[in-house]
Write a protein that binds this ligand. Structure first.
Ligand SMILES: [Zn+2]
Length: 452
């Protein structure tokens, strides 16, 4: 708008000037180097105008020339940048698609056009990983951790590399460095926690888990359970160092965190009977039997009174333990065993039947067999129970939820797959044992009985 008005005013002035010149005609006489020029004032004015326009045009051209190289350079580098970014984006797509050849090709192109950029380094490192080129990946990550803007990302790559190579010490040192760089980052805390577990460094695992739980990354039951397990392991370490008081307080803390955690209940009972008053022990026995009834706990409770005769234990179990979880399978199993040891056959049979439920496990049949032998000296009846046990489900065990390993004792890490806290108390699947093969076993057993 302003430009249009300016142009209009300029044209008006020119027209006004031309009219004014026409109204006042005149001539110009110029004598120079022997030439004499005579012309009208209008021609001189027109020449002056043409000269001014020419000068303005030359000035513009000179400015353009002066800025030219920079402008051309900028245009060139923008093109390079575009090509580099294209290579990075294609490279990342190739990595996501798992195409190692294309990823490496694009990484080379990115390096050519956009050398030294953080994304170029990351692409190169990832492409090297995808090509299983450990040495190259290591070199790129090492370059990344030397730059401020890629240090954190580079550390992440190096931690994964160290873990892959099984160098837990190196991975932990790198994770500590990442934590110092950006304290409280979720993935760093998770690494610190998992690596501390792998290194069996329970104190560090506990503090990393505490920090994780303060953030939003980990909350609730799983954290309480993990804390309970770590507390239990710390109790074992304290006992190893001969510190029973500390062991007890850690075992009790573990039991408080997860009341169903059998190993902590067992340890707490064992240490309380050694270090605390009978009143405290009785309170704990009630509490543990309510929440963690288990054959190992029954045994620990029995042993709190060393030198106790079987009938005394049977009475104590009936009076002070069983009433606190009276219908549980483990309660009946505890009473059946105590009754068997005290030769109380009637009570033993009654509790064995109740402990077996609908599908008694093999151990119940074995105990029934031993009952027949001891109570009635009835070998035939005993054999019958043994035969039945062949078809019975297996007794529960500690089974690794990750790899299926079975063992009698709970352990914090699976000896087979090194999973943390992966054991559950449960009955194993009968698996692929065919009915036919069971029948063969039964026939063999019958033959054996008849031969007697
Ligand atoms: Zn396992």
């Amino acid at each position: 708008m302003t430009r249009a008005i300016f142009l209009f005013v300029l044209l008006a002035l020119l027209a006004f000037g031309a009219v004014w010149l026409a109204d006042y005609p005149g001539t110009v006489n110029l004598t120079w180097a022997g030439y004499q020029i005579q012309t009208s004032i209008v021609v001189v004015a027109a020449l002056a105008l043409v000269f001014a326009v020419l000068v303005a045009f030359l000035y513009r051209f000179w400015l353009w020339l002066k800025r030219g190289p920079g402008r051309i350079g900028a245009l060139f580098s923008a093109r390079r940048r575009e090509k580099g970014l294209e290579a990075i984006s294609s490279g990342m797509v190739a990595i996501a698609a798992g195409d190692p050849v294309e990823a490496r090709r694009q990484a080379v192109a990115a390096e050519k056009h956009l050398s030294g950029e953080p994304m170029t380094l990351l692409l190169a490192a990832q492409a090297a990983e995808l090509n299983d080129d450990d040495r190259a990946a290591q070199i790129y990550y090492d370059r990344m951790i030397k730059r401020e803007d890629t240090e954190f990302l580079g550390l992440r790559g190096l931690i994964q590399r160290a873990r892959k190579e099984g160098d837990i010490g190196q991975a932990r040192a790198l994770a500590e460095r990442a934590d110092a760089l950006r304290p409280g980052t979720d993935w760093v805390l998770k690494e610190l926690y998992e690596l501390a577990l792998k290194a069996r460094d329970w104190d560090k695992a506990d503090s990393a888990l505490g920090r994780l739980a303060r953030g939003k990354a980990a909350k609730g039951e799983a954290v309480r359970r993990a804390k309970a397990v770590i507390s239990y392991e710390r109790a074992l370490v304290a006992l190893e160092h001969g510190n029973e008081e500390e062991g007890l307080s850690l075992a009790l803390a573990s039991h408080d965190l997860d009341r169903s955690f059998v190993p902590a209940a067992v340890l707490a009972v064992r240490l309380t009977s050694k270090l605390e008053s009978p009143r405290k022990l009785q309170k704990l026995v009630i509490d543990t039997w309510k929440h963690a009834p288990h054959r190992d706990l029954a045994e620990a409770i029995r042993l709190t009174n060393s030198g106790e005769q079987p009938p005394d234990w049977f009475r104590r179990a009936q009076d002070t333990v069983a009433p606190h979880n009276k219908d549980h399978v483990e309660t009946h199993l505890m009473l059946a065993k105590a009754a068997l040891a005290s030769s109380d056959w009637g009570a033993a049979r009654e509790h064995l039947m109740k402990a077996g439920g609908e599908t008694p496990p093999a151990s119940i049949y074995h105990m029934l067999a031993s009952l027949e032998e001891k109570a009635n000296a009835d070998a035939i009846a005993a054999r019958e129970w043994i035969l039945k046990s062949a078809n019975a489900p297996q007794d529960p065990l500690w089974i690794c939820n990750n790899c299926g390993r079975q063992q009698d004792k709970w352990s914090v890490h699976c000896p087979s797959c090194d999973s943390f806290d992966s054991f559950s108390w449960k009955a194993p699947d009968r698996g692929t044992q065919s009915l036919e093969s069971i029948d063969v076993e039964v026939v063999e057993e019958i033959k054996a009985v008849q031969a007697d």
